[in-house]
Design a protein. Structure first.
Length: 685
């Protein structure tokens, strides 16, 4: 697996978020396109079903009005048919033909020897001819032999009230004709059939006038697949759909004839077309509506193109937002890194320029305060170390002078032992020199006390510095906890946005159901005719409002998804900022550790200074005692040699104490030098 090493948070943010953002947009667009296509298909399916049902209902109205003529005639002649002559039959048929202009001709055809037992053939047939109704007796012949005709046998062998033949082309009228056959009975005995022929020209015109969309058209097939009507208003009993020159259309012909309703796809010169078909109940015909798929999905494709352009613009805008926001975070973190690097290298003169009041501004202010406090503390430590160093030098010089003076005193005491007069003179000198040495030692004691106090002040200052560093670490920890709380709050916002997305899904479902209610209302209004026009307009407005609501819901869902992506990016950026805060906390801890070392050194200097002060005080007490002894010697210069020996011993103790003071002074000077070197590693000015 390839691991990328990013040199900046900005690059990491863009490389991490951008691919997922683009992928999310592509997936969302694909889902939106497919969902919209599904909705359009469902809506088109409903519209086509409505168009087919409306057309079939119109056809059934025409066919039912036509079928009522032979049916009513059959029921009329069943009880009294053999008592009516042809003249009366002609009057009845003429009256029935005038009730329906689409009915071409009506005939009564008796079963052989059923009208009269001596008549084999008996029929009465009337038809239209150029606006007139003519009566014909030409079919009562053996040559025509109507009982063997298909339309007669169909009525004779059926159990139905009304049956329909297949359409046929009538050369006399030059039109396609459909025959309706109704059997009639006498005491449940078959007597014959009544037929009515309907001219399908009017029906063909209605089919050819059906236009769906811009280029959509319709066609009508009989139960055998022959074209009754199409967009060119042409029908033929010799033109079956399975034998159509368009191979693609011929391939779906059997599917159309085998199913009661459905849809299929075929290709022609204009491209891919979708055909919706349904069965006509009365005749088992197939009514089909054809519409170009290019026209069908034109608005969807335009919507997809516009959505794609919007997505590209949004991606560019989001990239810019991510870039500038990452640049803002990177610049703030860069300032913190520069300051922490300067502090870790000992440079306490650097500060951060604070221009905001957010967490980065608070962190910058806290770091500036910490650097300022450290700088003040180290300056105080440096001054104290310098004072200790100077006092140590003075102490060392005074100790050397005291040592020399003590040696001289010892030599003088030895000379005193050699003679009384010389002893008296030397004793006077010793008293004077001892008094001077006592004054010097008293000065040394005062300076050592001053150095000890300075060391204590440095120790107290170092303790306060350590406390400030601890407070700075606590501030950084507080910022880290605030950052974690921010992540938690943003995640809560993300959960709430998901709930809003769920609500939008419910609104989309409600909008779809409202659309279906509006469509049903439109169908009811269409059935209601002119009385339902107002209701039809209202249902159309409701459906248009629902479609606009669906589009708005989709746009809101897209915006919510973008907000969720921005929230995830903000969580990632805050987590990166928290990592930088942790780095700053480590660097601050490192400075605190360095300051703890300085505190230990100052504490050591303070301890040594205290011990040295105690030693000097003891020397001062011994010197005072020696001065008192020297005054006794001066008054009792004639005393015994034992007094001189005692003074000599005291002088030796004084010499040893002064040498020890010199040793402590050298050690104090060395510790002061080490402390100054430690402070020198920091840049304070």
């Amino acid at each position: 697996m390839v691991k990328f090493r990013f040199r900046s948070i900005r690059t990491r943010t863009i490389v991490t978020i951008l691919p997922w953002l683009i992928l999310s947009m592509v997936v969302l667009s694909a889902l939106s396109y497919n969902y919209s296509k599904h909705i359009i298909n469902a809506e088109i399916q409903d519209k086509m079903a409505y168009q087919l049902n409306a057309t079939i209902n119109n056809m059934q109205t025409i066919l039912t009005a036509h079928s009522k003529i032979p049916e009513s005639l059959a029921r009329t002649i069943e009880p009294v048919g053999d008592k009516i002559d042809k003249g009366k039959y002609f009057q009845i048929i003429q009256g029935l033909l005038s009730t329906n202009p689409d009915t071409f001709g009506v005939g009564i055809w008796y079963e052989p020897y059923q009208y009269k037992n001596y008549l084999q053939y008996y029929s009465s047939y009337a038809y239209r001819d150029n606006g007139r109704i003519l009566f014909s007796n030409d079919y009562d012949t053996k040559e025509y032999n109507y009982p063997e005709k298909d339309w007669y046998l169909l009525g004779k062998n059926t159990k139905e009230t009304v049956v329909w033949t297949d359409p046929f082309f009538d050369k006399t009228s030059g039109a396609m004709i459909l025959t309706t056959t109704v059997p009639f009975y006498n005491n449940n005995k078959f007597q014959g059939v009544v037929t009515a022929n309907i001219n399908l020209t009017n029906l063909q015109q209605k089919i050819s006038n059906i236009h769906v969309g811009k280029d959509g058209w319709a066609f009508l097939l009989d139960r055998n697949g022959n074209f009754i009507a199409n967009k060119d208003n042409q029908g033929s009993t010799n033109h079956q759909i399975m034998n159509d020159p368009n191979v693609s259309l011929a391939q779906i012909g059997q599917e159309i004839l085998s199913n009661n309703n459905g849809n299929a796809v075929f290709n022609d010169d204009t491209g891919s077309n979708k055909v919706y078909y349904q069965t006509v109940p009365e005749t088992s015909w197939k009514l089909a509506i054809v519409i170009s798929q290019k026209e069908l999905y034109q608005k969807l494709n335009d919507y997809f193109s516009i959505s794609l352009m919007i997505i590209i613009v949004l991606i560019c805008f989001i990239i810019m937002v991510i870039y500038f926001y990452s640049l803002y975070i990177t610049n703030n973190i860069k300032k913190v890194n520069i300051l922490s690097q300067s502090m870790s290298s000992g440079d306490l003169t650097q500060t951060i320029s604070v221009k905001t009041v957010d967490e980065f501004g608070q962190m910058g202010t806290n770091l500036n305060t910490m650097a300022s406090n450290l700088k003040s503390i180290l300056l105080q430590v440096s001054e104290s170390a310098k004072s200790v160093s100077e006092t140590s030098v003075l102490l060392s010089n005074n100790a050397e002078q005291s040592a020399k003076a003590t040696e001289e005193i010892a030599q003088s005491i030895q000379e005193v032992a050699g003679g009384t007069h010389t002893q008296l003179s030397l004793t006077d000198e010793a008293v004077e020199e001892t008094t001077d040495m006592f004054v010097n030692i008293k000065k040394i004691t005062q300076r050592i006390e001053l150095a000890s106090q300075s060391a204590k002040d440095a120790l107290q200052t170092a303790i306060e510095g350590k406390s400030d560093i601890a407070e700075a670490i606590n501030q950084i920890n507080l910022i880290s906890r605030n950052s974690i709380d921010s992540v938690r709050i943003i995640r809560q916002l993300e959960e709430k946005s998901k709930k809003i997305n769920h609500i939008m899904t419910l609104l989309s479902t409600i909008a779809k159901q409202t659309k279906m209610l509006a469509l049903n209302a439109g169908i009811i209004a269409a059935h209601a005719g002119s009385n339902g026009k107002t209701f039809s307009v209202i249902s159309s407005e409701i459906r248009l409002l629902t479609e606009n609501s669906t589009i708005s819901n989709h746009e809101i869902e897209t915006l919510i998804t973008e907000i969720q992506e921005d929230i995830s990016h903000a969580v990632k950026v805050l987590e990166d900022g928290d990592s930088s805060i942790q780095d700053g906390r480590l660097l601050t801890k490192k400075a605190g550790d360095s300051f703890t070392t300085i505190l230990n050194l100052v504490d050591g200097v303070s301890g040594q200074a205290g011990e040295m002060t105690n030693e000097i005080i003891m020397i001062q007490m011994n010197m005072q005692k020696m001065v008192e002894n020297m005054e006794v010697v001066s008054n009792l210069y004639g005393s015994s040699a034992s007094s001189t020996n005692h003074i000599s011993a005291t002088t030796e103790e004084q010499t040893a104490a002064i040498q020890e003071v010199a040793s402590y002074s050298n050690e104090l000077a060395h510790m002061s030098k080490v402390l100054q070197q430690s402070v020198a590693s920091f840049k304070l000015k």
